[in-house]
Write a protein that binds this ligand. Structure first.
Ligand code: NAD
Length: 252
């Protein structure tokens, strides 16, 4: 099928299941004609992915907790599939104690882990992906409004997202000369595995839905379509930016 991504090879990191934002993005990229390579965190998730992705789907291991894993993943992708034109980074993690306690109780270890997986990993991905993006391209990460406002129970993840958003701006500056753009989508709340780790996530999801302009939560397909645009040549003027796909929640 031809579309705005025809001829592009794109890597999507962070599909855990069919509710994942990364899975919604994958559908949009495929619908726009891209070749998509998925990375997975561990063997358990690989087995789970294999149940729904189809036998021809390219899968590459990448636990982002170690730089060498990220480097190896992009080398493997370049060797097997040639150059890369773009990446979606849809990865975040904080341990339960850190997520469920207020920021005031966050330990040094909890802080470091959340920052490492949720923010630093995007820097690592940008470094190793850019080495195989021979014709330039586009990097997209996922953030949330809790970076700007103290959203109840979002706690340490809000601090990590603020760091991720600052990283977007500096990476856009660093990689501009290589013709690589870097942006984030600030998505509205969606019920995924990651969200269920947040204390009282039902309240967070309802609060978010109640503030959308039409009273309906954003769909992962809507987030995915914006990701497709940001990875396409239709958005070459946009870099270092945070694009809201939250149906107006940040305005209300
Ligand atoms: P999800 O649970 O489906 O995806 C999270 C992914 O992170 C999983 O695939 C998991 O395997 C991956 N991950 C965690 N640690 C990893 C590691 N060490 N190495 C490799 N992968 C690792 O949840 P989601 O909501 O789709 O989350 C995707 C992104 O979207 C996250 O950055 C999240 O913060 C962001 N986001 C989510 C919402 C929401 O409401 N769901 C809103 C805004 C932004």
């Amino acid at each position: 099928m031809s579309g705005i991504l025809t001829g592009k090879t794109l890597v999507v990191m962070g599909v855990a299941n069919q509710r994942s934002i990364a899975w919604g993005c994958t559908q949009s990229l495929l619908a726009q004609g891209a070749k998509v390579i998925l990375t997975y965190q561990n063997d358990r998730l690989k087995t789970s992915l294999e149940r729904f992705v189809g036998p021809d789907q390219a899968l590459v291991a990448c636990d982002v907790s170690k730089d060498e894993n990220v480097e190896a993943a992009f080398k493997e992708i370049a060797t097997k599939y040639g150059k890369v034109d773009g990446v979606i980074h849809a990865i975040a993690y904080a341990d339960k104690a850190t997520l469920t306690s207020g920021l005031v109780n966050t330990t040094a270890d909890g802080y470091a882990l959340a920052q490492h997986i949720s923010a630093y990993s995007f820097i690592s991905v940008a470094r190793y992906a850019s080495q195989v993006m021979k014709d330039g391209g586009s990097l997209v990460t996922l953030t949330y409004f809790g970076s700007e406002r103290a959203i109840p129970n979002y706690n340490m993840m809000g601090v990590a997202k603020a760091s991720l958003e600052a990283s977007v701006r500096y990476l856009a500056s660093d990689l501009g000369a290589a013709n690589i753009r870097v942006n984030a989508i600030s998505a509205g709340a969606v019920k995924t595995l990651a969200v269920t780790g947040i204390k009282n996530h039902g309240t967070l999801l309802k609060m978010s839905r109640d503030r959308t302009v039409d009273g309906k939560s954003v769909e992962t397909s809507e987030i995915g379509n914006t990701a497709a645009f940001l990875l396409s040549d239709l958005s070459t003027g946009i870099t270092g930016d945070i694009i809201y796909v939250d149906k107006g929640v940040h305005l209300m």
